[in-house]
Design a protein around this ligand. Structure first.
Ligand SMILES: Cc1cc2nc3c(=O)[nH]c(=O)nc-3n(C[C@H](O)[C@H](O)[C@H](O)COP(=O)(O)OP(=O)(O)OC[C@H]3O[C@@H](n4cnc5c(N)ncnc54)[C@H](O)[C@@H]3O)c2cc1C
Length: 392
């Protein structure tokens, strides 16, 4: 058997330094027990650590995570890790006044870029604590080719430095963590593509400069009414926009609004009993989810509008999702994802009155904040948007 230092150093290249790439690299640094170089290759420095969702390129301080502070820990073995980091360790030097002295509680909303900073600091912490011979290398460039060679791979990439020519890297293992696909380009884009007033991707580098440069009273048209539309409104309002914003929706869909007095409580509910069945199938999961949802409505009452109730139940069930995915045969998981989405949507009808299910965990420690989040609009009195399909 080789002594630790006699072992050859392997190289693992992680392509894409966003959320998944940063998490993968951190875990490798924590668990590697033989010498290893972990190279994290990212093409956009502003997306490093957080990617589109949590990086600096794609977010402002007004873009919020859609999961509460008590639920976004880095590792399942330390559920309190994010809160400890945010309240005790985070470097708040560059934080705006609104967040600088904020005390994060379990139910708080969190700016997405703070989460990116958390991922960054945990990655570098893991690199500092790694075994001797286990090292992190950050690379700035875009992967353009990957070929198998011998037992490993050769990765070709274009370094960010415009003077540099394409570089190659030999790797024993390669992890592709390149994230979201490019946005879909609609056929009519070619007519407006050259215009300085057209933004195809609101998360792209340069998009915020367009929002900042915009005449604050100019009318703005947003094509599409889903989550990115709300992020775009938040960016525009943050950039000082006062003019009319019109949202066009092909399907007439518009996300709901939290009630004005909404608090982001996290509920604790019992473990859904169907999980105790020895064998799970897609059918038993659908039936079990329906039965338990109805049970919660009937026994514990709603106490808030039906959409909020459903969201709270879904979030309360999050701890069981991994068990479910591990126990279900992959074919049944695919069947559920493809065909059974309505099983977890709230049934129609009015919400029964009464208390909320389970115990409520502590609320936000600091002042109340609203969330312009991925799933719902902020619970402000006046709607931010007025469009043909906007409620109110
Ligand atoms: C706008 C937005 C908001 C979201 N908000 C939430 C939220 O609030 N809560 C939540 O749970 N989830 C949210 N999500 C989902 C979240 O993004 C994903 O769960 C997760 O962050 C995706 O991580 P990823 O590593 O796959 O992709 P990313 O984090 O996007 O990382 C991919 C990285 O790969 C890089 N890359 C791509 N190609 C190459 C290449 N060839 N060479 C080098 N680098 C490359 C990209 O620049 C990018 O940084 C959101 C998603 C979006 C788009």
């Amino acid at each position: 058997m080789h002594a630790y230092h006699d072992q050859p150093r392997r190289r693992t290249v992680v392509v894409g330094g966003g959320f998944s790439g940063t998490l993968t690299a951190t875990r490798l640094l924590q668990f590697a027990d033989t010498p290893m170089e972990i190279c994290l290759l990212e093409r956009d420095d502003g997306s490093r650590y957080g990617g589109i969702a949590f990086g600096e390129t794609g977010t402002t301080w007004d873009h919020m995570l859609n999961i509460q502070a008590g639920r976004i820990t880095f590792g399942r073995e330390r559920p309190e890790d994010f809160l400890e980091w945010a309240n005790e360790e985070a470097d708040r030097t560059g934080w705006p006044q609104r967040w600088k002295y904020h005390v994060f509680g379990v139910s708080c909303v969190v700016p997405r870029r703070i989460y990116g900073q958390y991922l960054k600091e945990r990655l570098h912490g893991a690199a500092a604590d790694a075994q001797p011979g286990v090292e992190l290398t950050l690379l700035h460039g875009e992967a353009i080719d990957l070929t198998p060679r011998g037992d490993g791979f050769v990765l070709k990439y274009t370094p960010a430095d415009p003077e540099a020519t394409a570089a190659t890297l030999n790797a024993d293992h390669v992890v592709l963590a390149t994230g979201h696909l490019e946005p879909v380009y609609r056929p009519f884009y070619h007519r407006v593509q050259g215009s300085a007033r057209f933004v195809a991707d609101p998360y792209a580098a340069g998009a915020r400069a367009v929002f900042d440069a915009l005449d604050p009273d100019a009318p703005v048209l947003i094509v599409g009414s889903a989550l990115s539309a709300f992020d775009t409104v938040v960016s525009l309002v943050g950039a000082g926009h006062r003019g009319q914003i019109t949202i066009v929706s092909r399907g007439g869909h518009m996300h709901g609004t939290y009630p004005a007095d909404h608090q982001h409580d996290i509920w604790s509910v019992r473990r859904p009993p169907f999980l105790d069945d020895e064998t799970l199938t897609a059918g038993s999961v659908v039936a079990g989810v329906r039965a338990e949802y109805l049970h919660l409505r009937e026994t514990a009452g709603v106490g808030c509008d039906e959409g909020v109730f459903a969201e709270r139940v879904m979030k309360a069930w999050e701890p069981y999702v991994i068990e479910l995915l591990q126990r279900l045969p992959p074919g049944d998981v695919r069947m559920l994802l493809a065909g059974a989405a309505p099983a977890v949507e709230p049934p129609g009808g009015t919400a029964p009155a009464g208390g909320s299910p389970g115990a409520h965990l502590p609320r936000c420690g600091g002042r109340r904040t609203w969330s312009a989040r991925r799933r719902r609009r902020p619970p402000c009195g006046e709607p931010l948007l007025r469009g043909p399909d906007a409620p109110g």
